[in-house]
Ligand binder design. Sequence first.
Ligand SMILES: [Mg+2]
Length: 296
Amino acid sequence: MTDQTKPHASRSILDWSIVILLAAILCALLYLAATGKRVDPSQKADAPPHGHEMLNAVLWQKTSAEFEAVTRQLYSLAQGNLKRALQDPEWSAIPNSKANAQLAPTAVVMDLDETVLDNTGYEEYLIVNHTEYSRESFQKWCESGKSSAIPGAAEFIRSTRDAGVEVIFMSARSEAQRACTTASLNRLGITSDGSKNEMLLTGGGEKQPFRDAVAKTHRVLLLVGDNLGDFTEGSLLNVEKRRQIARQYQEFWGKSWIILPNPMYGHWEGAVFAFDYAMPREKKLEQKHKSINSPE
Ligand SMILES: [Mg+2]
């Protein structure tokens, strides 16, 4: 019996081992089937086609009625405020300046990108090519002359000039872009001679010294832009300090400071990764996720 039962016992143990092994394989297959369709954000191959950080922001600016409405609303507000400014000798867009109605001429200082010039075509290029801004590609974009006008901007500029107020463009664009920028404006019916009196180009530097210089020769009635740096210094500070500055100047917003929305790019984005624009894109994304996960 013992001799007969031993092989039988061995076979039983073997059978059970096979059953357990098969069960384990089945469980593993079921688990894989259940989890296999999950998207792993760290795996580029699993990313949706042309997934890009700016997709929704560009889509909004490019297609939404709301974008058209909000920019027209803001330029309408600017136009009304300009009329009030011309009747108020104390009106000034420069904090702590001694506004003086006798100091002529008057001026409105306007940023260009996403304030007057709509560059969604360039941002579309970045999305389609799954890449980031570069000086070289933006230069090519400028030279292509394909910028459109931000809704309401051309009409506002025309009525400002008709009212005898100078329009001074103040942009972070570089000198290398002066000619193509001037050509783009003229193509859109926004007359510009591109001179250094009318178009101040900071080459990416702080705008405050340029504003200070204009304030010495003009009574600045309005500032129009899409970035904190278009209005005041401190735009290159951290997230919390930037928001503090926005609160600090509450009395200016919607009066002598008109800010347009730009959810695509700006110092607000750079502040999230300490303005380290050379940082690898994946690291920037990590910083953005951390900023959302750690609200102030
Ligand atoms: Mg801008």
